[in-house]
Structures are given as structure tokens and as C-alpha cells.
Ligand binder design. Sequence first.
Ligand code: PRX
Length: 629
Amino acid sequence: MRIRSFQEYETAYKKSVEQPENFWNDIAENFTWYKKWDKVVDWDFKDYKVKWFEGASLNITENCIDRHLPHKANDIAFIWESNFDNAPNRKITYQQLHDEVCKTANALKKLGVKKGDRVCIYLPMVPQAVYSMLACARIGAIHSVVFAGFSAASLAGRIQDCECKIIICSDGSYRGDKILNLKNVVDEAIETCPSITNTIVLKVTNELVDFKVGFDIWWNDLVPTCDNFCKPEIMDSEDELFILYTSGSTGKPKGVVHTCGGYMVYTAYTFVNVFQYDANDIYWCTADVGWITGHSYITYGPLLAGATSIIYEGVPVFPDSGRFWKIIDKYKVTHFYTAPTAIRALEACGIEFVTPYHLSSLKVLGSVGEPINIEAWQWYNKNIGKEKCPIVDTWWQTETGGILISSLAGVTPQKPSYATLPLPGVQPILVDDKGNEIIGNNVEGNLCIKYPWPSIIRTTFGDHDRCKQTYFTTYPNLYFTGDGCKRDETGNYRITGRVDDVMNISGHRIGTAEVESAINSHADVVESAVVGYPHDIKGQGIYAFVIAPSITKNNSTLTTEIISVVSKLISPIAKPDKIQIVSGLPKTRSGKIMRRILRKIAEGDVNNLGDISTLLDPNVVEEIKKGRV
Ligand code: PRX
């Protein structure tokens, strides 16, 4: 399954396109299945349905853990590094991981959780977050991890949508020198979540919490008392493994559903090939398990490969901005995978935070979540990789489950700011706005994929039509990614950013509609329009144009209130960076907001607004231009 040369890549790629079923059949042979598949893939992009390894049965945790025990029970699966620099770390062997996952799984069973039930996980970056995910998978429950920075309202929305039975949370979480009380957020959220029958509360910060005996259960009173063996549930390849909510251009966040067999095969295959992980390497992905990167490349991919990984509880700048580099030296990290926004932020802190560290253990660097600009790429390459580490710029999405376009570290060529070539099994295609294929090289268009890969989204929870509409109707017979993309003269792909109304703020996906709806909930606001604009550190910042005709307070009070309402309804990560109070918005005669114009104004490109003659009231544009913040 491991590709070791460019020629092997070319051979694998060719086979994956010409004989996809044979190709994936052979890869899937590398795993433990209780029963093998009757058919490798069955699919239809028109009336969207897809099945991988139909008829097969497995349990992904057997493949992540049990399969390794005969030869690596005492090898380290995870090294946990605390938020606090001087606090003891924790090393978790594969045997200990097995025992902890089984105990957690038995604890869930004790609370009545059964195959198919949904369990919400709202935890900081502690090992128990991974135990909880795997415990669900062990018993066939479907985990829905919610990033522990989301507000009570966002958490409630996600719990309600998939009707979670249990929520696993902690009293609080450490974020650098701050402490967040998570249990309070959970208490507020579940007031409107009748499906929740119990909470399991892990003590992390020893915060004072409101504890309802019988309903709230301390993790420590429950999990350690459970048996350390739990027979893995036999799962059909297409049984649901998890739901992960992500923002789209319209409506509420969607519950992206991934299933067991295909997701397992694809995350394992991409992990070993993209990162070229070898025995004894130490891998560190700085993402949070609340995002897809944490699911696929902290929890599942590395464990499927029997890897040793770091789990880091804290933030990059605590106690100072050298923390990442200190951790790399401390554990002799060989593979480091982070987001461009972190690279830019740390670059801005100054090279003096990097120079005290050797970083000589590093072999491979990775980037994910947003386009990496050339300057950030060069800084990363020079100062962190010391110009000797390949950089994999991995393009993928919550919906894709795993990396689709990336170089393979040291095996296929890299090109700064390009994700480069598709992985075997991935067939990208660029189309124009009418859906015509753009053939040849040195071209640009909308990025679609024309053949399914094993970890493609199966559905959006509870609403298959929404899945079809969002991904498979814009361009018939194609999966539409929502991204714009260039293909250079040699066939390398460069993602240029979203072409829909989704923003990418510090690598976090945020829908303009979600932010607008939060802003509009403020009593003084009549209407708003939100767009992304280039931001030096965050990649994109949020610019909100707000109509509030009858305000009696001053603009700055209103601005503060708007920021607070967005934090409360979504999360501080969705706070607008700039708010402009306007008297009108540029609308067409049919009432549609012309975001193209607002985007240009937000970017500062005010003299290049294009055709504004179709606007209902072109004067509005002049006013907005003048009041730009
Ligand atoms: O716009 C692309 C951007 O992030 C979007 C997916 O966001 P999400 O589902 O939250 O998953 C992020 C982690 C996989 C994509 O549609 N994106 C992701 N990786 C890259 C990227 N843009 C450019 N280059 C990348 N390497």
C-alpha cells in the first residue's frame, strides 16, 4: 500500500483510474475484516448514492488497536502534552489505549448506548477525547464531536439535529492562560435538548460546576470501574461511523456523515502515503479533534498505521510563541502538520521564538485547511524545515474524509502554494460556470471530482436531499467541492479559495449566512451582509455590512454588541473583524444582494467594482465606499 517513488505513484494512479475496483480491492486487503466485500464500489452521482465494500463487515477500532497488539502492545500510541509547559506529560501505549477505549465503551453501554445511537463529544484536547471517539466506534454508536469553542447555541443545534443520547464533556478547558467553563456551556445547551439522557463529565480544570446527581455522571466515577475488555461490535462497511457538522453557503451547519469501511481504508492509505510515516517516527498534527483533520489525521489515520502521535492540549503561544518548536525538540517530532494561519501567526511573533530550538528531528512538514501563501510557505520551509523537509500541502474537506490532492512527502514533487497532484483514486476535473470541462493545462475553473473515493461523504444527517443539492446538482454527475482551482502547465493543482458563500477564517469554515443570521438577531439590526476579505494572519477576515436605521446608541456600542451576539450564537471564531453600519445594501432589482461588490469594497478594491448598472440603487455603493472601515 505504500508508494515509495514517483514511478510507483504514476503506476498506482494509472491503475486507480483504469481499474478502480481492483485498485481499492488490493488496498482493502491490508485490513482486518470479519467478512470481505461482495462488491468494491457501487455508485451514482445523479441520484446520489455510493457504497464502498458492500457486504463487508469490520470494526474500525479492531484495526486501530487490537490488530497492533500482538506486536506493539507496549509501543506508544499517544504522547499527551499538557497546556502547561512544566506539567507532566502522559504516554499511552497501544495496550493502555485498548483498555481505556474498552472501559469507556462499557461505560457508554452501562448508560444504555446502543449501536446507531448518537453520542456528542464536547471535550478539550485530552486523551479522553480520542478514547471517547473510539469507544463509540467500538460499540457502533455514532460520534458527533463538537469543537469545544462553539457556543451553547451552536452545540444545542448540533445535538438537536442528530438527537444525541449522551454528551461527554469536561468541567472546563485550558486555553493558554485562560480557563473556559465548558460544563456551563453544556448545561445551557441541553436545556433545549430533550434527547440527552446523561452527561459524562471529565474533570480537567477542577472548576466548580453545577452537578445534577443522577443526570450528570463524573467520568472518574464511571469509566475506571468498567471492564477493560469490550467485544467490538460487528459493523457493516456502510454503517455510520460519525457525523461532523460543517458550515455551508446556506442554512444551518450540515451533519456530514462518514461510514466505517471506506473511511478506514482511505484515511489509512492517505496517512501512510502523504506523510511517508515510518516505524519509530513521531507524528504531530496540531488540529483539534473537533475538526475533520483531528478525526482523520489525529485519531483514525495514525492509529490505523500503528503510529506514535502527539496530542497537545494547549495553544501555540503559551507560555510563549516558541511552544510548538519546544514541543518538537522535546519529543523529537519527525512529522509536523499544521495550518497556514498558525504558521503566519508564529512568523509574525518573530524569529527569536524559533532560533532557540534545533528542530533537527523534523523530516516532513504539512499544511492544511486553507491556501498557503508563498511567503508563509517559504518561512516554514526555511526556518522550521531548514530547507531539508518536504512540505505536503494537503487539500481536502470535511466531506472528503481524507486528503485528495497533495504531494507525497519526498516522493512526488512539491511546488510552493500548490497542493500539486491528486492522490491515487482521485479524479479531479475543472469546469467553467456552465459545467463544461476545462481541458488542458494552464487553466482555471471550479474544482469537481468525477469518480468516488472510499471516504466520500455519504449523506448529510437526516436530509439526503440536502446532500444531493449541495454537492451533486451544481454540475451534473460531478461532486462539486465549492473551491476554485488552477492547473499549471504540468498538471499541478492550486486551490484558489471558495467560490461559494463560505469563508475560511483561520482555517475554519464559516458560512456567511450563519453569521448574517446571528447579526440579524440583534434587535437594532434590520439586515446585514457578510463577506470575507484578505487578512494577513487569518487568511480571511470577516467584514459585516449592517443596516440599523433606528439605533439610538453610538456605532461603537452597536459594534461591540454585534460581536458579542455572534460569539454567543456561533463562537468567538466567527466574530466579524470589521463592521460597517450602512443605510442600504447593493441589491439587484430582484432583491438579491450583490456580494461581488461588497467583496471588492471589503478588499479595498473600490475602483474596480465592475458593472453596477443592474443595481436597484447605485448610490448606495458610493455611500458604502466612503464609509469603508
Ligand atoms: O477551501 C478549501 C480549504 O478548506 C475547505 C474545507 O474546509 P473543512 O471542511 O473545514 O476542512 C478543512 C481541513 C481539511 C476547502 O474547501 N482548504 C483545505 N485545505 C486546503 C484548502 N485550501 C487550500 N489549500 C489547502 N491545502
